[in-house]
Design a protein around this ligand. Structure first.
Ligand code: NAP
Ligand code: HSE
Length: 433
């Protein structure tokens, strides 16, 4: 009889339940790959009495983390409880006790990834985190293994399922923001605190992880410029459509020479762009490599079973390494020092919606301001407002530097003829490279 590999689970919520199901339902396939059964020895939860989405022997549940972190019979720990400080403490303890780690926790990896990876390497342990970015899409392996021979120059993606679900329902069905957010929570896509989804923070954490791996430099969360979806209005969605665009929360990481830019923001994409057709909780990441050209990774970005697939595949990798005796040998430290682009080095097109006095010469003055910065218009609409003294101007610029764009916005705000800048968004995906 072959000895089973014992694992401990930290967490049995949306993702943890999926992990239990996949380990049970795919036991034959898993056994064929790793040569032995996987035994779930203990599961840490917060509330023993809680009803579970998966049937599990109650004796496996514990409130005591030491029953996992300090059990010498447990070879690997799957962390699907979320959180940062306490979780970091647990994982450092598990690594110190020579346990391999698989985690779905982008909050933790974006903040403490280098520390945890160093601890893993010191203890000859694996620490894999495929599920932390884009749920069921094997994007981290795609970058680290599949495209390891190439030089990645750009990553552009939809990496948050909750916000994509919300924007899809708002723009296609006219659903109200609060109602769709609630639906995303019920479906298990949203974070425990969904403000990290809608504020763009969750996507920023994922972009920090993607850019670090893609560009082989340590990109911190603080390096990612973040804007969420909370300010997007029905008007913005209406005008996007009218001008032939789709609004998406876009994570962008680009490299020119040795300088990089990483951001998360709502952006307008041409309707025909492949990312514009990525709907609901689906995610997709465009990866541009100098040699490979364009590639796109697409799939479910959140949810129980898709995310659990990534986790159990990481576990298979750990167990294969265990058999070969090569755990803790695969992490490669970043090759390059980080150099961030300055606003004068970041170029994009912009959508701007402003309310102005409905007077002769206003449009001419605005055009002049943009022209002084060398910025022309690609599209422009002027429409009446209910208040007859004012009108609405909606325009899309030609490519401008971020420095010029910010300077123009500042000057517009100071103009007496401008009642207010209602909204502005970056336009992406027209001149992709
Ligand atoms: P969840 O449904 O809220 O489940 C969290 C689980 O962890 C629960 O079982 C909870 O116990 C347990 N737990 C939380 N804090 C604990 C503590 N201090 N001590 C002991 N147990 C604790 O969360 P989830 O959606 O599965 O997400 C888990 C992780 O996966 C998070 O890092 C999340 O960002 C990440 N992730 C989620 C998705 C997704 O689609 N949901 C996708 C990718 C990555 P009780 O059940 O007893 O309350
Ligand atoms: N809350 C996250 C999302 C879960 O909606 O994308 C997957 O990381």
């Amino acid at each position: 009889m072959v000895k089973a590999i014992s694992i401990g689970l930290l967490g049995l919520g949306t993702v943890g339940s999926g992990v239990v199901k996949i380990i049970e339902n795919h036991q034959d396939k898993l056994m064929h790959q790793i040569g032995c059964p996987i035994l779930i020895k203990k599961v840490l939860v917060k509330d023993i009495e809680k009803e579970r989405r998966v049937s599990i022997d109650e004796n496996l549940l514990t409130l005591n983390p030491s029953e996992i972190l300090e059990d010498p019979e447990i070879d690997a720990v799957i962390e699907v409880m979320g959180g940062i400080e306490l979780t970091r403490e647990y994982l450092l303890k598990a690594l110190a006790n020579n346990k391999h780690i698989v985690t779905a926790n982008k909050d933790l990896m974006a903040l403490h990834g280098p520390e945890l990876l160093a601890a893993a390497s010191r203890n000859n342990c694996d620490l894999f985190y495929e599920a932390s970015v884009a749920g069921g899409i094997p994007i981290l392996r795609g970058l680290v293994d599949g495209l390891s021979s190439d030089r990645i120059t750009k990553l552009m993606g939809i990496v948050n399922g909750t916000t994509n679900f919300i924007l899809t329902k708002m723009s296609k069905n006219g659903s109200a923001y609060e109602e769709v957010l609630r639906e995303a929570q019920e479906l298990g896509f949203a974070e425990a605190d969904p403000s990290s989804d809608v504020s763009g923070l969750d996507a920023a954490r994922k972009m920090a992880i993607l850019a670090t791996l893609g560009f082989s430099m340590n990109i911190d969360l603080a390096d990612v410029k973040v804007r969420g979806i909370t300010e997007i209005s029905e008007e913005d969605l209406k005008y996007s459509k009218k001008l032939g665009y789709t609004m998406k929360l876009i994570g962008l990481a680009s490299r020119d020479g040795d300088k990089v830019e990483v951001s998360v923001q709502p952006a307008l994409l041409p309707e025909g762009h492949p990312l514009a057709g990525v709907n609901n909780e689906y995610n997709a990441v465009y990866v541009y490599g100098e040699a490979v050209g364009e590639t796109m990774f697409y799939g479910p970005g959140a949810g129980s079973l898709p995310t659990a697939t990534a986790i159990v595949s990481d576990l298979v990798a750990v167990l294969k390494n265990l058999r070969l005796g090569v755990n803790g040998k695969s992490a490669v430290s970043p090759q390059f020092s980080k150099l961030l682009k300055k606003p004068a080095e970041i170029f994009a097109k912009y959508f701007i919606r402003i309310h102005v006095k409905d007077e002769v010469g206003v449009l001419a003055n605005i055009t002049l301001l943009f022209a002084e910065h060398g910025v022309g218009f690609d599209k422009i609409l002027q429409l009446p407002l209910k208040d007859k003294d004012y009108s609405e101007i909606v325009l899309v610029t030609h490519t401008a530097s971020l420095r010029d764009y910010e300077c123009i916005l500042q000057k517009l705000e100071s103009y007496e003829m401008v009642k207010g800048i209602e909204s502005t968004y970056r336009v992406e995906g027209e001149n992709i490279l």
